[in-house]
Each structure stands twice: as C-alpha cells, then as structure tokens.
Design a protein around this ligand. Structure first.
Ligand code: PBG
Length: 323
C-alpha cells in the first residue's frame, strides 16, 4: 500500500499548518463584554466567571484601555444599577449607570474603539424580565418597545456607537431604528440579537448583573430546537434595519450561525456567553481540559461556522495572545 494522496503532507510542521490554516482569529474579531456596577468602590468578582468582575467606573476605564491596547474590535457594556423598579427607569435615565459609563468611555476613547451598549431592560427591572409586565405578569411586547426606543436614544446621547437590542421583543429593531433616526442618530449602528435562544448558558450572567429573575424567558427567547425560526427572526431584523445580526449562545448553535451566514447579507456576530465560559473554567479548574486550547478551539469553531464578530469574555486575553 502506497497512497498517492496524502492529506498528512499539509500537517507536517507548524509552519506548513500555519500556512494552510483556513480560519484565523484576529483581535479585531473579538468584542469584550464589560459589567459596570453602580455605587461600589472596588471591583467585585463574579464567582461563576473567574477573572470577570463587576467594575467601578474607574476600573471599567482601565479594563477598556487594556482591551483596546490589545486590539479588540470593540466593547459591549452592561450596567448593574443600585436600584431597580417595575419599568426599569434606570435604562432611560441619562444618570443611569449604563449611560453614565458610556459617557465616560466615549469621553475617554472617542472613536478609537467601537462602543456598544446592551439594549434590554432585564438589568434594570425589579422582576428581571427584559420588558415591562402586564397586570397578569406577562411580558408586554408593545409597551416595552416604547421604552426600548427611549433607551436607544439615551444610549446614543451617552455616546454608544452601537446599540444591541437583546430583549427579543417583536418589532424592536424597527422601533429602535426609528427612534434613533428621529433623534438625529442616523449613524448609530444596530447590532440585533436576532437569534437568541432561551438557554441554560446564561446562568452565570444572572450573577454578573445581580438579576432577580423569577421564572424564565421562554415567551420571548427562542426554543433551542428551532432553526427555521432563527432565519425568520434574522430576516425580520434585517428588513427592519439591523446592520449586524447576532446568534446567541454560540458553540451550541454553530448550525444556526452557519445557516444565518448563508442567508444574510449583513455581518454575522455570535455571543460566546457566560455559561460557555463557565463550563470551560470549571473543567479546566479540575484539570480535565487544557483551558487555553479549549478557548482557542471554541472561538475558532465559532468563526469557522460563519461568525465574523465574536463577543467573548476572553476577548482581551486572546487578543493579547494573538498579539
Ligand atoms: C440581556 C442579555 C443577557 C445576556 C446578554 N444580554 C441575559 C439574558 O438574555 O438572559 C447573556 C450574556 C451571557 O450569558 O454571557 N440583557
């Protein structure tokens, strides 16, 4: 037996493998999510996300600077308010923690990075849902839209280059786009969390934002078994003016990323979420997997599937490693 065709030829050395590598991560692909908490004087660790913290305004700026210096594509900011109410007033208040943080980051970094804001009410509501509730406790789609419009404008005024509507309310992209345009923010980019699944992988995020959520988000986030529904959500969001569409979580939904990539003519993003990180960290802490290799492998798989933008808590670390 003497094979003529030998695929192993192209795997023979690091140099050859590097030369024929089809999927390369680049620092600019990576977006770092950051949490900023109101009223704390020291950064607070998040136990289920080792290395990730709830920032003070000052430590937020430092972490942002390090990530920008490492070459990340941008920052996605989440606010953790000291007080919450039924309607999430802190989200639209110019003095709400997220808007204060955006203003600070925009003053500090201007257009040298891409500043993104999570546009959702769950961090700001006392019940932890992504929208306001009806008298019977259901999430009220249309009443929520009106608040999302105002929230988008508040974030744009505070300096966000990008708003990321993530509440999975019907019509959210259309309302946000119209509100931004009416207020003169025609250049503000809408990154739509278009295909967002009701996933167990957001568990650690609840700790990260001190969420009070009772129940689940199954009436607005998608059922994990549904693929076609994602294509519909993506199509609607693009029709409504989304500039970028996102799939979330990432590694459990690589087929969705691939299908969305095939059917969309806008950039596709994916969010490697808190639980995806926590699973890596927990296994690595037990010595069961090689953490750095697993991180690289997962991010590479997400890019290979078709996501050109990856939101990941590993963004700064990996960008530095890619250096
Ligand atoms: C909504 C939002 C969530 C995440 C990002 N934006 C929570 C949710 O939808 O339940 C989760 C991100 C993560 O788990 O890392 N504000």
């Amino acid at each position: 037996m003497n094979p003529i065709v030998r695929p192993r030829r192209l795997r023979q050395s690091p140099a050859v493998r590097r030369w024929v590598s089809q999927t390369r991560l680049h620092p600019a692909d990576l977006v770092l999510p950051l949490f900023v908490k109101e009223g704390i004087s020291e950064p607070a660790p998040i136990s289920s996300m080792p290395g990730v913290v709830q920032h003070t305004l000052d430590s937020l700026v430092e972490a942002a600077r390090e990530a920008i210096d490492a070459g990340v594509g941008g920052l996605m900011v989440f606010g953790v308010p000291a007080e919450r109410d039924e309607i999430g007033s802190g989200a639209t208040d110019p003095d709400g923690i997220l808007n204060v943080a955006l203003r600070r980051l925009r003053d500090e970094f201007g257009a040298s990075t891409v500043l993104m804001a999570d546009l959702c009410l769950d961090e700001f509501t006392s019940h932890g849902h992504c929208g306001v509730l009806t008298e019977t406790g259901a999430v009220d789609n249309d009443a929520t839209l009106e608040i999302y419009g105002r929230m988008a404008v508040a974030q744009a005024r505070a300096g966000a280059h990008v708003v990321g509507p993530s509440g999975m309310m019907d019509g959210q992209v259309e309302v946000v786009r119209a509100a931004l345009d009416d207020a003169g923010f025609t250049d503000v980019i809408v990154l739509a969390y278009a295909a967002k699944y009701a996933s167990a992988a957001y568990g650690p995020f609840r700790e990260a934002v001190d969420s009070a959520l009772q129940g689940d988000r199954a009436t607005y986030q998608q059922d994990p078994g549904n693929l076609t529904e994602s294509l519909r959500e993506v199509r609607l969001d693009i029709e409504q003016g989304a500039d970028i569409v996102m799939v979330k979580p990432a590694t459990l939904y690589l087929d969705v990323i691939a299908a969305v990539k095939q059917t969309s003519d806008v950039p596709v993003a994916a969010y490697h979420v808190s639980g995806e990180m926590a699973m890596i960290e927990a296994a690595a802490a037990n010595g069961w997997i090689d953490r750095d290799r697993m991180v690289t492998e997962q991010l590479t798989a997400i890019k290979r599937a078709g996501a050109q933008i990856i939101l990941t808590y590993y963004a700064a670390e990996v960008a530095r490693r890619l250096g």
